[in-house]
Design a protein around this ligand. Structure first.
Ligand SMILES: *Cc1c(COP(=O)(O)O)cnc(C)c1O
Length: 389
């Protein structure tokens, strides 16, 4: 799980440096005379782009607004359809609605991410973008997804809220499609409290994203801010200097976090491999996940619920699944009329195949700081639950 477990002296020093050497300037732009060349958000963007191996990175106020900014950069207009997946956090669909778009939901496959075949079946002349999500840091089947989007000339956004530092075929998640978005909320791999990032290799998309996230400001270096040039409207999705400072400190810990999560995953999965009836979540070939959680499936939803109950009795909280049938599963988002309007057209049985997959899954959080006897308790909890079958 997340970077918040490692918040410590480095983050405190990073915050202090905004005041000690940065003149206490909290705004990312301007005030050049007072800030002693201290630009934390800019430095975080540059370090992040370098770490991810991409050309551009833009710090924003959250992972949700990163998606909103990405959709604006792609010029999504009211009435445009944007396809995302059944298993994701509700923010992905909300960002589409905020952009005036119509969320269309593809089924997932056994990777628990977007099924390329379902995606293909949902493309219409109104489809303007696809948002694939790398849930819990396991890469989506981007090979198959890109085959579909390229054929239809539709841009791909990767919602990489969970996938910071994970990769597919040696390329970092978020940098493979046209635009990638990241979240640094308090539960994510690295955290700035609230915050996000928009990455791309396309300078035009970066330019449009940058302007949109700052009321349309082009931040033209030849003009003072109050006379700044503009080409389109926007809103305020800016990141502030304290977040930039925290981000730099947390980015410095990313490799440690990823190594710990991988190790914890390997230890726990080796333990669970002894139990009959446990099937680890599938990942596409060439995947190097970030291992935010360990997800396995069992034979039936009843068994999954029994695992959950037994894990709780062994002092282990499960993560999102099987409780996913609420905030993280699109079939339940009946409070979003834009989504349900399109869903009605897709008929009965909408997302039932995704529900079946999710309902038989259990997700165990992987903590950075080992909790004494954790793996043993997970093992015992699952073994007991499945031996009652
Ligand atoms: C966390 C998350 C978001 C939103 O990020 P915030 O920073 O919390 O706004 C978007 N998509 C997914 C898949 C997430 O898990």
């Amino acid at each position: 799980m997340p970077g918040f477990e490692l918040i410590g002296a480095e983050e405190r020093a990073a915050i202090n440096s905004v005041f000690d050497s940065g003149g206490g300037i909290l705004f990312r732009y301007g005030f050049d005379a007072a800030r002693n060349n201290s630009f934390k958000v800019r430095a975080f963007e540059e370090a992040f782009a370098k770490r991810m191996g991409c050309a551009h990175a833009l710090g924003v106020s959250s992972g949700s607004t990163a998606l909103r900014v990405a959709l604006a950069a792609l010029a999504i207009q009211p009435g445009d359809e944007v396809i995302t997946q059944a298993f994701t956090f509700v923010a992905t669909a909300e960002a589409i609605v905020e952009a005036g778009g119509i969320p269309v939901i593809a089924d997932i496959d056994e990777t628990l991410n977007m099924c390329p075949r379902s995606l293909e079946s949902l493309i219409t002349p109104k489809t303007r973008a696809v948002i694939a999500v790398h849930m819990f840091g396991t890469p989506a089947r981007l090979d198959g997804i890109l085959e579909v989007t390229r054929k239809s000339k539709i841009p791909l956004i990767e919602d990489t809220a969970w996938g910071c530092g994970a990769s597919l075929h040696g390329r970092h998640l978020g940098t493979i499609g046209d635009i990638g978005t990241f979240s640094f909320d308090y539960a994510k791999t690295i955290t700035t409290g609230e915050g996000g990032m928009v990455v791309t290799n396309n300078p035009d998309l970066d330019f449009r994203a940058r302007a949109f996230h700052d009321h349309g400001h082009e931040n033209n270096p030849d003009l003072p801010r109050w006379e700044d040039s503009r080409h389109a409207g926007g809103f305020n999705y800016r990141m502030m200097e304290l977040q930039g400072a925290l981000g730099l400190a947390q980015l410095g810990k990313l490799d440690t976090i990823l190594a710990a999560q991988r190790r914890n995953f390997q230890d726990l999965s080796a333990r669970l491999a002894d139990i009959r009836g446990v099937t680890l979540r599938a990942a596409p070939a060439g995947a190097a996940p970030s291992y935010d959680a360990l997800v396995f499936s069992v034979a039936s939803p009843e068994q999954a619920l029994r695992c959950r109950k037994s894990l709780l009795e062994h002092g282990v909280g499960t993560k999102v699944l099987p409780e996913a049938i609420t905030w993280h599963f699109a079939q339940t988002w009946t409070h979003i009329p834009q989504l349900m309007g399109r869903a009605r057209g897709l008929g009965k049985g909408w997302l039932e195949s995704s529900r079946k997959i999710l309902a038989s899954c259990v997700a165990v959080p992987l903590n950075l700081k080992p909790v004494e006897g954790f793996n043993e308790r997970v093992y015992e909890g699952v073994r007991k639950a499945l031996s009652q079958a």
